[in-house]
Design a protein around this ligand. Structure first.
Ligand SMILES: *Cc1c(COP(=O)(O)O)cnc(C)c1O
Length: 364
């Protein structure tokens, strides 16, 4: 636990938020900017909410380095709803949706598209137990591809793409839920990226879809309006009642990112933070066993195993006593996982590295 009685939060999502953001939101909760009512009680058609919504969209696009040519859309339903909306909007009857399988969220995205039309696995690391990111080339694609979907950071497995695949013959789409704004990337190769907010952007409730304007023009108009990206874009994401408070929280998180001197600075910080933990794993003589091939390891989700499940259970139990939160691996894979998103402070990673060293000394 730190000085403020806050636990060291390594939850995979919903995940840690910057303390300054929580405190700012707390201060504004009952009386938003002196308006005499809470934002939670305000009409989404009010000028206050309209401005907040618009400002947040601009801020997000700017921080992502996509100030021109893209629409930022705010929706509900989580990243999982995007798994279905993407093919509904962009998979035409004669086309095939291409997917790279790198973990269970990638598989889910693929499966949702399969309900709607023709799909193709362009590459997969399933046979390698998701330990690496497979290579992708133009030859990996199907005929008449609608798009190629990748999962930039695999939250459950702990892997990530080190660079953006060089596929130019079809629109490139990425699920960036667990790494958006965590590193400097030129996102211009993407026709669309999307992310649920609850890992790097804010609380659960809002999902962002960033879509190139020229691609958006090609989206289907044969689906219900409430499912259409273009309808959201035209209405500036105020087609129906948006998750106003989640957008407000995201606005505060984005301003916090700005204050950290932006994504470049956060990337450096994130590499130092995750390095503290990977160094302990690599230097433990096998006591802690990293799961992902070193070249593809994620700075966001650090995964490892130990000699047996009893020892892993003991590690988790002791970590909880020492003020750590959320270190159990995903229920589908077991092992351990530390999610060190943007808002997880250096101090927490340092404390975890020290705890891991101490635990290894006592149990090794
Ligand atoms: C968490 C996560 C999801 C699922 O998000 P929901 O908002 O719960 O639907 C999808 N993809 C990735 C990469 C994730 O990390």
């Amino acid at each position: 636990m730190n000085k403020r009685n806050r636990r060291y939060n390594f939850n995979p999502g919903p995940a840690a938020l910057p303390l300054e953001v929580l405190e700012e939101a707390q201060g504004q909760l009952v009386d938003y900017e002196g308006k005499g009512i809470s934002l939670l009680e305000m009409s989404h058609r009010s000028r206050t909410v309209e401005e907040l919504n618009h400002e947040t969209q601009i801020l997000l696009l700017t921080l992502l380095g996509l100030p021109q040519g893209y629409e930022a859309i705010f929706m509900g339903g989580g990243a999982s709803t995007q798994f279905a909306l993407l093919p509904m909007n962009f998979l035409k009857p004669h086309q095939t949706a291409n997917y790279v399988l790198t973990g269970s969220f990638a598989e889910k995205a693929y499966k949702e598209a399969s309900y709607l039309g023709s799909t193709h696995v362009a590459a997969s690391s399933k046979d390698h137990k998701w330990r690496c990111i497979p290579a992708i080339t133009e030859e990996s694609l199907s005929g008449d591809p609608a798009y190629l979907h990748i999962t930039m950071n695999n939250t459950i497995e702990g892997s990530r793409y080190t660079s953006i695949p060089e596929v130019t013959s079809t629109p490139l789409v990425a699920d960036m839920t667990s790494e958006i704004l965590s590193r400097k990337l030129d996102l211009n190769p993407f026709s669309m990226i999307y992310a649920g907010a609850q890992k790097n952007l804010g609380p659960a409730g809002v999902t962002v879809a960033i879509i190139r304007e020229s691609w958006l023009e090609l989206a289907s108009d044969r689906i219900p309006e409430i499912m259409r990206y273009a309808a959201f874009a035209t209405n500036k994401s105020l087609l129906n009642t948006p998750p106003v408070h989640a957008i407000y929280m995201m606005n505060l998180v984005l301003k916090w990112v700005e204050k950290q001197a932006g994504v470049e600075q956060l990337e450096k910080y994130n590499l130092v933070k995750s390095g503290l933990i990977y160094d302990v794993i690599d230097g433990s003589g096998g006591f802690y066993q990293g799961i992902i091939d070193a070249k593809d390891r994620s700075p966001m989700n650090i995964t490892w195993r130990m000699a047996n499940e009893d020892l892993e259970r003991q590690f988790i139990a002791e970590s909880e006593v020492h003020g750590f939160e959320g270190l159990a691996g995903h229920r589908s894979v077991g092992g351990l996982r530390a999610s060190a998103y943007n808002a997880v402070p250096h101090e927490a990673c340092q404390a975890l590295a020290e705890f891991m060293l101490d635990f290894a000394r006592r149990h090794g």
